[in-house]
Design a binder for this molecule. Structure first.
Ligand SMILES: NC(=O)c1ccc[n+]([C@@H]2O[C@H](COP(=O)([O-])OP(=O)(O)OC[C@H]3O[C@@H](n4cnc5c(N)ncnc54)[C@H](OP(=O)(O)O)[C@@H]3O)[C@@H](O)[C@H]2O)c1
Length: 313
């Protein structure tokens, strides 16, 4: 198959490209950075240098490639995130998820592309109420903390645009929190460094439930979704959604750091704001049952418990 990967050099793209090449697919990899074109060539892809916010450039690139599948992994996420100003830090990512999605989808449509696979994110999508682990058809959150409103809108824009595209098979992958090489929970990643320095405390009861996914497993699910499965939404997360009070001490142990501090909610609110409090105490995890069942996807790290010990570097 001919596959056009936008965001081919990002945390997931860089793994999806060689995996597709290895399976015999022809890959066109997009970067906006000329210096990264050679890196993509070495991975076996044909590089295309274009800015995803350049509507005409994107249309021309997709038309010239004439792919069967388009993959949207465009983000511009800082490596360290301050939850108090999350929307500001995600401003470019949000443009890539709104305007970028629209340009790419329109380009795909006019080039007769059959399938469109895009990145979504589980943590902010689900309502922060009810059971601790959510399936794809569970309720969407309608009351995000103020500093994450635009970011949630961006994520939902991607999902709605795909669902509303009757002439294309739209697949949105609600990834869990990435860990592994090149991520904030990788060797020298920002969260790992904070945990090492005891600057990532458990807030309140630490009851926020996080779903994780190793970047290799996220890439494998992405390849599976490129190759098959019904259109729709899939959670891409590991088998063990876990409360902050469980995974932070375990991460500390895995990297040889002292146990995390505990901080009451009222005190933490000053430092991390409402969004940080929601992440620490309210967010819900994501069930991977549908992706495993329908995409035939198998995980290398079924739980972050193994992944934090042998998959960070
Ligand atoms: N689910 C999750 O937990 C999740 C999801 C995504 C990212 N993250 C985290 O965010 C951090 C950074 O992510 P990342 O490694 O994927 O890198 P990134 O810097 O966010 O870039 C991702 C990709 O988007 C491309 N891109 C960005 N703006 C573009 C534009 N205007 N036109 C064309 N392409 C554009 C980049 O291309 P270039 O080659 O030009 O740079 C790159 O290929 C990492 O810590 C990662 O773990 C987490």
């Amino acid at each position: 198959m001919k596959v056009f990967v936008a965001g081919a050099t990002g945390a997931i793209g860089i793994r999806v490209v060689p995996a597709l090449v290895q399976k015999g697919h022809q890959v066109i990899g997009v970067t906006r950075t000329p210096a990264k074109a050679e890196q993509l060539r070495q991975l076996g892809a044909e590089p295309v240098v274009v800015d995803a916010l350049d509507e005409v450039g994107v249309k021309d690139a997709v038309a010239a490639a004439a792919p069967e599948v388009v993959v949207h992994q465009l983000t511009a996420i800082p490596h360290t995130i301050d939850p108090r100003t999350l929307d500001r830090q995600f401003a470019e990512t949000n443009r890539l998820r709104t305007e970028g999605t629209d340009h790419l989808l329109e380009a795909a449509r006019s080039a007769g592309v059959r399938r469109f696979v895009a990145q979504s994110f589980a943590m902010w999508v689900y309502a922060r109420a009810g059971g601790p682990v959510k399936a794809e058809n569970d309720e969407i959150g309608t009351d995000p903390p103020a500093s994450v409103r635009e970011t949630l809108e961006g994520i939902l824009h991607v999902e709605r645009a795909l669902a509303g595209a009757p002439d294309i098979e739209g697949v949105a992958l609600r990834y869990g929190m990435f860990y592994g090489p090149g991520t904030s929970i990788g060797t020298s990643g920002s969260i790992v460094e904070m945990v090492r320095k005891r600057r990532f405390p458990i807030v309140g009861r630490g009851s926020g439930v996080w779903s994780f996914i190793h970047v290799d497993d996220a890439a494998a699910a992405t390849v599976a979704a490129i190759e098959g499965g019904d259109p729709g939404i899939y959670n891409v997360a590991d088998d063990e959604p876990a409360p902050v009070a469980t995974w932070v001490p375990d991460l500390a142990d895995a990297i040889g750091a002292p146990p995390p501090r505990r901080v009451p909610v009222w005190l933490a609110r000053v430092v991390v704001g409402a969004t940080g409090i929601a992440m620490m105490t309210e967010v819900r995890g994501a069930s991977n049952a549908k992706a495993k069942r329908e995409l035939g996807w198998q995980l290398r790290f079924a739980s972050w418990r193994q992944g934090f010990r042998s998959g960070l570097g």
